[in-house]
Design a binder for this molecule. Structure first.
Ligand SMILES: *Cc1c(COP(=O)(O)O)cnc(C)c1O
Length: 356
C-alpha cells in the first residue's frame, strides 16, 4: 500500500445519502457517492488536495475548458471482493492514459503516485458505496479541465483534477445491431482520437443519433480517409474472432488504447489463442461473415466489458452474426474477468489494486 504523502484535507458530509439510495435501481452515471476528490494545478504544481462532499463547484464562465475544450476524462471501476476487500481494476493503466491525453491537449501531467493515492483515498472514504452484488461496481470518473478565466486560445495555466464516484448496476448488454459508418468520422490521422478528450464525444453524438434514427444501436467507426478500415465501436474497442484468431485494429492516433482491450488480449494469449493486432478492413470482415468464418464480434470497454455485436449494417445491407449466447471466446472472457474482479479466481496478472 502507498503511504499517504498527498496530505489530503478531508471534509466529511454531514448527511450521507447512502441510506436513501436505491441500490436495486442504479441507472449509469446518475447516482453519486457522498464525496469527491479535488486538486488544483497552479504555479506549475498540483496543490490543495481535498476530499469534500459531492456537490456543485463555483467556476468562472470564461474558463477555457468551456470554450476550447481543454478537458479529458477517464472511466475506471472498483469491485467488492468475496472477502469484503475493495479493489480498483488496473488503475495505473488509466493514470498512464490520462497523461497521454494531457500531453496531447497541452495540459499538465499527473504523477502516477498522486493519481493512485487520490483514487485510493476517494474509494476508501466512500467504501460503503461499493456495491457487493455480482455485476455491480463503483464507477470512478477522474477528469481534468482548464480553469484560466481567459478567452485567448492558449493553454491554460491553471487546471482542476476531480474524481467522482458512483455505484452502478449490471450493464444489461443487449446484443447490438451496429452500422459501419461511411461518411462521418470520430477521429483523423494527426488528430487526438487516442486521447479521452471531451471534444471527441461531443463530435460523435450527431452520427450516433443518425444511426439510431436508422434503427441501429451503435456505430462502427472507420478511418476518415477511405472509410475502408475498421477502428472502434462507439466508445469501445472492437474485436473479432475469425478462423480461431482474435483480430483487432492496432492502436494508432485515431484509436483509444483501451484497458479492457489489453485485458482481453492478455487473456487470449494466456489461453494460447493467436492474437492479431493490425489494420482490419471492412471488406475482410464482410467476406468473413458471408463465408461463416466469424465466430465472435464484440465491443470491449469498461462500461460493458463485452458488448456482443449481433448484426452489422453496411451500405444498406444487414449481415447477421452467430448467436451471441453460444459464442465461446467472449463468454469465457466475461466469466473469467468476473471471477478475477470479485476475487473468486487467482489474479495472475496483478490486475486488482487493493484499497485500504
Ligand atoms: C473509454 C473508451 C474505450 C474503452 O477503454 P477502456 O479503458 O477499456 O474503458 C474505447 N474507445 C473509446 C473511444 C473510449 O472512449
Amino acid at each position: 500500500m502507498l503511504t499517504d504523502t498527498l496530505n489530503i484535507a478531508v471534509t466529511k458530509t454531514e448527511e450521507s445519502r447512502l441510506a436513501t439510495t436505491d441500490f436495486d435501481n442504479l441507472p449509469f452515471g446518475r447516482t453519486f457517492s457522498d464525496h469527491m476528490f479535488i486538486a488544483d494545478y497552479e504555479g506549475g504544481e498540483w496543490k490543495n488536495f481535498q476530499i469534500v462532499p459531492y456537490g456543485e463547484i463555483g467556476l468562472s464562465p470564461a474558463i477555457s475548458a468551456l470554450h476550447y475544450g481543454q478537458a479529458f476524462f477517464e472511466g475506471i471501476k472498483a469491485y467488492k471482493h468475496a472477502d469484503g476487500r475493495i479493489a480498483i481494476f488496473r488503475p495505473e493503466k488509466n493514470a498512464e492514459r490520462s497523461n497521454a491525453s494531457a500531453e496531447r491537449l497541452c495540459m499538465p501531467q499527473i504523477p502516477v503516485e498522486m493519481y493512485l493515492q487520490a483514487l485510493s483515498a476517494i474509494v476508501e472514504i466512500d467504501k460503503d458505496w461499493v456495491p457487493s452484488k455480482e455485476g455491480h461496481s463503483l464507477y470512478i470518473r477522474p477528469f481534468m479541465f482548464a480553469t484560466d478565466p481567459y478567452l485567448g486560445v492558449t493553454p491554460s495555466e491553471t487546471y482542476k483534477f476531480i474524481i467522482l464516484t458512483g455505484p452502478v448496476g449490471p450493464y444489461f448488454s443487449k446484443n447490438l445491431k451496429v452500422k459501419i459508418e461511411t461518411s462521418f468520422s470520430r477521429a483523423s490521422d494527426g488528430g487526438f482520437g487516442f486521447a479521452k478528450a471531451a471534444g471527441n464525444y461531443g463530435g460523435s453524438m450527431l452520427p450516433a443519433r443518425r444511426a439510431t434514427e436508422e434503427g441501429f444501436d451503435q456505430l462502427i467507426w472507420t478511418d476518415s480517409r477511405e472509410h475502408a478500415y475498421i477502428e472502434e465501436l462507439g466508445a469501445a474497442n472492437i474485436m473479432f474472432m475469425i478462423d480461431g484468431k482474435v483480430i483487432t485494429p492496432s492502436t494508432r492516433d485515431t484509436i483509444l488504447k483501451g484497458v479492457t482491450r489489453d485485458t482481453v488480449l492478455t487473456l487470449a494469449k494466456s489461453w494460447g489463442i493467436e492474437v492479431e493486432e493490425r489494420r482490419v478492413s471492412v471488406a475482410e470482415i464482410l467476406s468473413a461473415i458471408k463465408e461463416g468464418r466469424i465466430t465472435d464480434a464484440f465491443g470491449a470497454g469498461t462500461a460493458a466489458t463485452i458488448a456482443h455485436i449481433a448484426e452489422i449494417g453496411h451500405e444498406g445491407e444487414v449481415y447477421t452474426l452467430p448467436d451471441p449466447a453460444k459464442r465461446e471466446f467472449s463468454n469465457r472472457v466475461l466469466q473469467t474477468l468476473n471471477a478475477i474482479r470479485y476475487g473468486r479466481a487467482a489474479d495472475e496478472f496483478n490486475w486488482n489494486y487493493f484499497v485500504g
